[in-house]
Ligand binder design. Structure first.
Ligand SMILES: *Cc1c(COP(=O)(O)O)cnc(C)c1O
Length: 379
C-alpha cells in the first residue's frame, strides 16, 4: 500500500490526513513510525507468543540496549506513569494491587514540585497516588521540598521536559532529599529524547524509574512507552500491568507493539544523531530562507542542545507586526487543505515548525502555507 492508498484508508471514513509540523505530538498522530517498525509489527501479528514471556524478554533486551538495570514496555509514557505510581504504592503485593486505584491505608503520597506540575500527572492518581505539591508556581526551594515529605510519602516525581528544571530544585538535590526520606525518585522524561545521551544521564543521576515515549522521537509504535529502572520496581510495575488483571489491565500493550518498540529502540540508538540533526537543520534553513524576508516577523533556526535537540524553526512576531495573530494563523492553517499544524513554542507571539515528521514534500507544503497565512490580511 503506498502513501496515497494509506491516506485513502482514512478518507474512506471521512478523516482528512494532515501535515504535522508540530513534532511528535500525540494529537497530531505522534512520531512517524519507522518502516522497519511497521514491518516488525506486521510480522509479530502472525505468531502467537506467551505475553509473560514476551514482557520479560523484551524488558531484558531493552535493558541491555539502554544500560538500565531493568525495563518494561508500558502503554505509552502515560501508562508508564501509572505503573510508576502503582509499583511504588502497591509493589507486587496482591492484596494491594487488587485494591488500586484505592490506596487508602497505604503509603500513597507522591511529592511533586508545583512548578513542575504537568498535564499528565493524573496518571499518577490512576496508579493510586495522592499528589503533594512542594513550593509554588514560581519555583521551589529546598526547604519547601523538605516540607512536602511525610510518613505517607511513597515516591517523589520529577519532570524532565523543555525548560522544566528552570525554577525547580535541581535533580541531584531532589534525589538527595528523596533518598534521605527513603523513597524512590520517579521521572517523566517522555519527550526528552533526543539527545540519546539523556537515557544514561537520567539513570546515572540516580532516577529509580524513568519513562520515555516509544511513539515520539524513538519512532516506535504510537501506543508504546519505555519504562526503565531498578529491577525490583520494574518487577512490581510488570506485576501491576496487563495481561495481569490489576490496575493497568486497561492499558494493554499488544505483542505487536512490544516487538515494534524493541525494533524501534535498536534503530534509534544506532542512528547517527549528528547526521540526523544536520538533515533537520538543512530542512529548517530551507524554511528560514523562504520566510525570513516577510516584514514584521523574525524567523530563525533554534537548536537547544539541552532541552530539545531537534532543530526547529521559530517564527516570532515583532512589535510592529500588523498581520494575523498567532491564533488566526493557526486557524488559517488548520482549515486549509491539507490542514497544517505547527509547533507551539510557549509564548503568544511565537510559533514553530518542527521538521521531525516532515519530508521534502510536506515541508514544501508547510512553507507555502505558512507564507500565505503570514501574508494574508487579518480579519
Ligand atoms: C508526551 C508526553 C507524555 C505522554 O506520552 P505518551 O507516550 O503519549 O503516553 C507524558 N509526559 C510528557 C511530559 C509528555 O511530553
Amino acid at each position: 500500500m503506498n502513501n496515497r492508498e494509506a491516506a485513502d484508508l482514512y478518507r474512506s471514513i471521512g478523516v482528512s490526513p494532515i501535515v504535522n509540523a508540530a513534532g511528535p505530538i500525540s494529537v497530531y498522530g505522534g512520531g512517524k513510525s519507522r518502516p522497519e517498525v511497521i514491518e516488525a509489527v506486521a510480522a509479530a501479528a502472525r505468531v502467537p507468543v506467551h505475553l509473560h514471556d514476551l514482557n520479560l524478554r523484551a524488558g531484558e533486551a531493552i535493558a541491555a540496549m539502554t544500560g538500565a538495570e531493568a525495563a518494561f514496555v508500558s502503554s505509552g509514557a502515560a501508562g508508564g506513569l501509572v505503573l510508576q505510581a502503582a509499583a511504588c504504592i502497591a509493589g507486587g503485593d496482591e492484596d494491594r494491587m487488587r485494591r488500586l486505584p484505592d490506596s487508602s491505608g497505604m503509603k500513597n503520597e507522591i511529592v511533586i514540585q508545583r512548578c513542575q506540575r504537568f498535564s499528565y500527572i493524573q496518571s499518577y492518581r490512576v496508579g493510586g497516588g495522592r499528589l503533594v505539591e512542594a513550593g509554588g508556581a514560581e519555583g521551589c526551594s529546598t526547604a519547601q521540598l523538605e516540607d512536602a515529605f511525610s510518613d505517607h510519602t511513597a515516591a517523589a516525581a520529577y519532570l524532565f521536559a523543555a525548560h522544566s528544571s528552570k525554577n525547580a530544585v535541581p535533580f541531584d538535590e531532589f534525589r538527595g532529599a528523596a533518598r534521605s526520606h527513603g523513597v524512590p525518585v520517579i521521572v517523566d522524561a517522555a519527550n526528552f529524547l533526543p539527545p540519546r545521551a539523556n537515557i544514561r544521564r537520567i539513570l546515572d543521576a540516580g532516577a529509580d524509574m524513568v519513562v520515555f515515549s516509544g511513539g515520539k522521537a524513538v519512532r516506535g509504535p504510537q501506543g508504546a512507552g519505555i519504562l526503565l529502572g531498578r529491577a525490583d520496581l520494574i518487577a512490581a510495575a510488570r506485576a501491576n500491568a496487563s495481561p495481569y488483571t490489576f490496575v493497568a489491565r486497561s492499558m494493554k500493550v499488544s505483542k505487536e507493539e512490544i516487538i515494534g518498540l524493541v525494533a524501534a529502540i535498536r534503530l534509534f540508538l544506532d542512528e547517527d544523531e549528528q547526521a540526523q540533526n544536520a538533515r533537520y537543520a538543512q530542512m529548517c534553513r530551507r524554511a528560514v530562507d523562504a520566510l525570513v524576508e516577510i516584514p514584521g516577523v523574525s524567523v530563525s533556526m533554534e537548536h537547544d542542545e539541552i532541552d530539545y535537540l531537534i532543530p526547529t524553526v521559530a517564527i516570532r512576531f515583532g512589535e510592529d507586526w500588523r498581520g494575523p495573530s498567532q491564533d488566526e494563523i493557526r486557524s488559517i492553517l488548520a482549515e486549509g487543505d491539507p490542514p497544517v499544524f505547527l509547533r507551539g513554542l510557549g509564548g503568544p507571539r511565537e510559533i514553530g515548525i518542527d521538521p521531525m515528521n516532515l519530508d521534502d514534500d510536506t515541508l514544501d507544503v508547510t512553507i507555502r502555507r505558512v507564507r500565505e497565512a503570514l501574508l494574508s490580511q487579518p480579519s
